[in-house]
Design a protein around this ligand. Structure first.
Ligand SMILES: [Zn+2]
Length: 267
C-alpha cells in the first residue's frame, strides 16, 4: 500500500513545498519507513542522472553574459535554500521569475543577490531568536519565498493564516501611510508555525513576524548589518518587524500595528 503522503514527499524532494510543509514532511519521514525509502530511491535516481549527464563548461565570457542577462531579467541564479540534510546536497537550481516579483516595483534582482550574499556571511547575533528571524527574513527575499498568499486585502490574508499557521495576527493595509500590504506567509519560528505579514515600503520589504508568546521576555530591539529588528507584544502574541528600511520608518509601521492591535482588543 502506498503512503498517503508519498505525493507530498515527492513535491518536497523537488523543492516545491513551503518551509512549514517541508518541516512537516521531514517529521513524517522520520516515522514512515516507506517515505524514507522513497526519498532514498529518488536521491539514487537523481545521483545516477547526474553521473550519466554530459557536462560542458561555459567560458568565463559566456557565464558573464548569461549572469548579466539574468540580472536584467530580474531573476538571479540562486541555490535552493530549502535543501535539507535528508536530501543531501543538490545542484544549484534556477527558478523562473516568480509572478510576485513584478509586484515588487523597485525591489529587483540586486536586492535578492545582496540577500543571498548576506545569508552566506550572516554572523550569529548572539540570540537564537534573532538568528532565526534574520535567517527567515533573508530567506524570504529569495525568489518564490516571500509570499504564500498574495493580497492587499486583509480580509483575504487574515483567514488564510487561520488555516496555515498557529496564530491570528493583526493585518491591515497601510498604503496611505506608505506601507502597502503585499500578502502573508507561513514560517517556522520558535518551534511553531508563525504568521508573517509582508509589507512593501518604497523599495524595501518589511516582514512582520508573529508567534504565540510564552511569557519569556522579548529581546531588545537591535540593528545589525543594516537590518533592524523591532519587537513588541500585543495581546497574547509576540511580534517582530524586520527590514533594511530606515529604522524610523519601521517604527512608524510598528506604531500603526500596535494601535490597530489595541483597537481590535477594544482598548
Ligand atoms: Zn509516509
Amino acid at each position: 500500500m502506498r503512503c498517503a503522503e508519498s505525493l507530498r514527499v515527492q513535491a518536497y524532494f523537488d523543492g516545491e513545498v513551503d518551509a512549514v510543509s517541508a518541516v512537516e514532511i521531514e517529521r513524517h519521514a522520520e516515522h514512515c519507513g516507506e517515505c524514507r525509502t522513497l526519498l532514498k530511491d529518488l536521491e539514487q535516481v537523481r545521483a545516477a542522472l547526474r553521473r550519466s549527464a554530459a557536462y560542458a563548461h561555459a567560458s568565463p565570457a559566456l557565464r558573464t553574459s548569461i549572469s548579466r542577462a539574468l540580472d536584467q531579467d530580474g531573476a538571479a541564479p540562486v541555490q535552493d535554500m530549502r535543501e535539507r540534510d535528508i536530501r543531501g546536497p543538490a545542484a544549484p537550481t534556477r527558478r523562473i521569475r516568480p509572478f510576485w516579483l513584478g509586484a515588487l516595483a523597485g525591489v529587483g534582482a540586486s536586492a535578492v543577490a545582496v540577500a543571498c550574499a548576506f545569508l552566506l556571511v550572516l554572523p550569529r547575533l548572539g540570540n537564537p531568536l534573532i538568528d532565526e528571524l534574520a535567517s527567515a527574513h533573508v530567506r524570504s527575499l529569495m525568489p518564490a519565498h516571500l509570499i504564500d498568499v498574495v493580497s492587499t486585502d486583509r480580509h483575504t490574508v487574515k483567514p488564510w493564516f487561520a488555516g496555515h499557521t498557529d496564530v491570528s495576527p493583526v493585518v491591515a493595509d497601510f498604503e496611505p501611510q506608505g506601507f502597502r500590504l503585499m500578502g502573508g506567509r507561513a514560517d517556522y519560528l520558535d518551534r511553531q508555525r508563525s504568521a508573517v505579514v509582508v509589507y512593501q515600503h518604497g523599495a524595501h520589504v518589511i516582514n512582520v513576524f508573529s508567534w504565540a508568546g510564552d511569557g519569556r521576555g522579548l529581546p531588545a530591539d537591535v540593528s545589525r548589518n543594516g537590518y533592524h529588528f523591532v519587537f513588541w507584544k500585543s495581546g497574547n502574541l509576540d511580534y517582530c518587524a524586520v527590514s533594511d528600511t530606515a529604522r524610523d520608518e519601521l517604527l512608524s509601521l510598528v506604531r500603526l500595528l500596535q494601535d490597530l492591535g489595541a483597537r481590535d482588543r477594544g482598548e
